[in-house]
Write a protein that binds this ligand. Structure first.
Ligand code: FAD
Length: 395
């Protein structure tokens, strides 16, 4: 397969994982990444199940463990900072058979990219502008680079995938908005620090949380209800900050101090909580993987894991089916689809867990979290949440 070329759009978790496996199977992948370099910082992802299995197959666990975090406690506080719920995460660890850690999304993406060991041509700061398929290959135009031909093109370019828009149709045809927004940013030297704890405050329809990172950094996450999608441009950080101020000012707890820290921050992740639901993840010589194909949303968990698993299966099927890329894409779709459907459905139920709509809902949620530390309840509840996962095929 050394002569088979694959263009992968996006050098994130799915894209770099796919390139890793394609190289292992003798393909010649090229990564094109819109950012000028792999981003640093960002939010934390909990990592277990099929992601853990995929990382193990890539011999990545030691590297990931070195940069991972062990968040020992989920702590819910009231408007004065008094603990009113939460649990010791040993229950989570036990439910996942000790195959669980938390890691910055950017650290995970960096580690996977590093595993490529310089063997993959990577074009940073560019993006695909047009894709034309014919029987023999795909002609691709870029924003900056010369147009080129590839045998296969894969969109691993996230929730707002350009490959999906170019080949399958507008985003709004596939996006299911779940009624929440999420924002996250990090700063150095925030005064309050609770090492190894995820400290969160919830008031009806709004949650804000913080966790401490190495290097005296703190990351904050906001999750809140919006009945309809907001008219805020994706890159307009000032408008996004203004909206956060309007939603969280004088909200209680440390909200005002966090908004002050936000004023000084130049980074902000801000997006709707949405899923991507498509009946088909491929068309002729173009396929999608990760959030681009089947974004689960943060409510479901395992998005990063399924980005890695999808890449593993997609590359494995291409290897298994050799020249028949359509059969490979079909097998890839069939292998993952029922688990993706299940995860996407489960996310719909979990929204209330993050940001209950009413004060009574917040109280009930907090009480339930207290019970997670009771071994029997923790094992049962978390075990059912974490225990079920997709099993990676062998190639
Ligand atoms: C706040 C939050 C918390 C989360 N928590 C968890 C969790 O606990 N556990 C979990 O498993 N998952 C979690 N997720 C989900 C997880 O982050 C995603 O599912 C995962 O990052 C998807 O990986 P991906 O590679 O498909 O997409 P992305 O991580 O979005 O990567 C896409 C890449 O493509 C690049 N790109 C974008 N557009 C273009 C373009 N036009 N051309 C070229 N490149 C492009 C981007 O710069 C990026 O490098 C969370 C998500 C959020 C928002």
């Amino acid at each position: 397969m050394a002569d088979r070329t694959v263009l992968v759009s996006g050098a994130g978790i799915a894209g770099s994982s796919l390139a890793y496996w394609l190289v292992r199977y003798g393909y010649r992948p090229t990564l094109v990444e819109i950012a000028p370099a792999l981003p640093q910082g960002g939010y934390m992802v909990d990592f277990w199940g099929v992601g853990y299995d995929a990382a193990e197959k890539m011999d990545l666990l030691p590297a990931l463990r070195r940069v991972a975090y062990n968040i020992g406690e989920i702590r819910m506080v009231d408007r004065h900072g008094t603990p009113i719920g939460g649990f010791d995460t040993r229950a989570l660890q036990a439910a996942a058979g000790d195959r669980f850690f938390s890691i910055l999304r950017s650290d995970l993406a960096h580690a996977i990219f590093k595993a490529l060991d310089g063997k993959v041509e990577t074009i940073f700061g560019d993006h695909i502008t047009a894709i034309e398929q014919d029987d023999a290959g795909v002609q691709v135009s870029f924003g900056k680079s010369q147009a080129r031909r590839f045998d296969i093109v894969v969109g691993a370019d996230g929730l707002h995938s350009a490959v999906r828009s170019l080949q399958f149709g507008d985003e709004d045809r596939f996006e299911k908005y779940l009624g929440y927004y999420v924002a996250s940013f990090g700063v150095a030297d925030y005064l309050q620090r609770d090492e190894s704890a995820y400290v969160s405050y919830t008031t009806a329809g709004r949650q804000v949380a913080r966790y401490a990172l190495r290097g005296n950094r703190t990351v904050f996450v906001f999750i809140w209800i919006e009945d309809a999608k907001l008219d805020v441009a994706r890159h307009d950080i000032n408008a996004q900050k203004q909206l956060l101020r309007a939603r969280f000012r004088s909200c209680g707890w440390e909200c005002d101090a966090i908004l002050e820290a936000l004023d000084a921050s130049e980074e902000l992740y801000f997006d709707s909580v949405s899923q991507i639901r498509m009946s088909n993840w491929w068309r002729n010589r173009v396929a999608l993987v990760g959030d681009a194909a089947y974004c689960l949303s943060l409510l479901a968990g395992e998005g990063a894991a399924l980005a890695m698993a999808g890449a593993y299966v997609l590359a494995g099927e291409l290897h298994r089916m050799q020249a028949d890329h359509e059969a490979a894409f079909r097998n890839y779709d069939q292998s993952l689809r029922s688990y993706i459907d299940y995860k996407q459905r489960s996310a719909l139920r979990l929204g209330h867990w993050f940001a209950p709509k009413t004060r009574a809902g917040v109280l009930v949620r907090n009480q339930i979290t207290r019970m997670m530390s009771w071994p029997w309840i923790g094992r049962r509840f978390l075990g059912s949440m974490l225990g079920e996962s997709f099993r990676l095929p062998t190639y």
